[in-house]
Ligand binder design. Structure first.
Ligand code: SAM
Length: 254
């Protein structure tokens, strides 16, 4: 059960980052292919953004692709060493700033000031306390009409009535979070859940979820049921992109 404290201890350690996060893109072949093949098709309609917030920027693996697509970028991370790394790596980007967070809030971000909130490959390790806090914050900071894309755990779908997991948790997913819990947290925060896509992550289990949340423009906006996708082909999506990356990018690298 990864607590905020355990996440801090785990990630605030430069020895953990052998290639600034690119090491976690190896299933795609490269971070560029992960971005172009997996992330961008899912968030392209939200970009470019005038004011973008990234939760858990790490060492900037996805940040590098977000920066050209916004007028103002603000990145947060729990780990001070990640904030320091991004400050150094992107020091020449005048429209970007990086700050620490307590693991569940977005300090210094004004109410209704942001177009797009994004998080990738990070909140999968968050438990419900962190998710409740962030989703509430997203409801506060998004402008009406703004959107958020969150990659989070849905391991609580695989727990028994006592909350005990019925299968292995090799990728250190939060065990108290599910697509359903994020849906109810979003609704409580005044957000509409547009899409939830359950995906596999290196195993046959639908362990992860991508949630696209929208802050309605009108108070009495129509609700509509979210689209729920059970994407058991996600590992194949990566395998296909890996082959494309190998033959094109890889050929140029050789
Ligand atoms: C696997 S790394 C991924 C970083 C980056 N998003 C990427 O794709 O390379 C996980 C990151 O999540 C951050 N993190 C974990 N829990 C967090 C929380 N509750 N709030 C903010 N950052 C968190 C860690 O400090 C770490 O930088």
């Amino acid at each position: 059960m990864p607590s905020i404290r355990e996440n801090l201890d785990n990630w605030d350690n430069l020895g953990k980052w052998t290639k600034d996060g690119d090491e976690w893109s190896e299933s795609w072949g490269s971070s560029a292919t992960m971005w172009a093949g997996t992330i961008l098709p899912r968030i392209g309609a939200c970009l470019p953004a005038s004011d973008l917030v990234e939760i858990a920027c790490g060492h900037g693996r996805v940040t590098q692709f977000l920066l050209p697509l916004c007028e103002r970028y603000r990145g947060f991370d729990l780990a001070p060493s990640c904030v320091a790394t991004c400050k150094g790596r992107f020091a020449d980007r005048a429209h970007a700033s990086f700050a620490g967070t307590d693991g569940s809030s977005l300090p210094g971000i004004g109410t209704a000031s942001v177009d797009f909130v994004f998080s990738w490959d990070s909140l999968v390790h968050a438990e419900r306390d962190a998710m409740v806090g962030y989703v509430r914050e997203i409801g506060r900071v998004l402008r009406p009409g703004g959107t958020a894309f969150l990659h989070h755990s849905t391991m609580a779908d695989h727990a028994d009535a006592a909350g005990k997991l019925t299968l292995a948790n090799p990728h250190w997913r939060g065990v108290t979070v599910s697509a359903g819990s994020v849906r109810s947290d979003a609704e409580a925060a005044g957000l509409r859940v547009v899409v939830q896509e359950l995906v596999t992550w290196g195993s046959p289990t639908l362990s992860d979820c991508f949630s696209l949340l929208h802050k309605p423009v009108a108070v009495a906006a129509p609700k509509g049921e979210p689209t729920l996708l059970r994407n058991t082909n996600f590992n194949s999506e990566l395998a296909y992109l890996f082959e494309i990356d190998r033959h094109y990018r890889g050929a140029l690298r050789r």
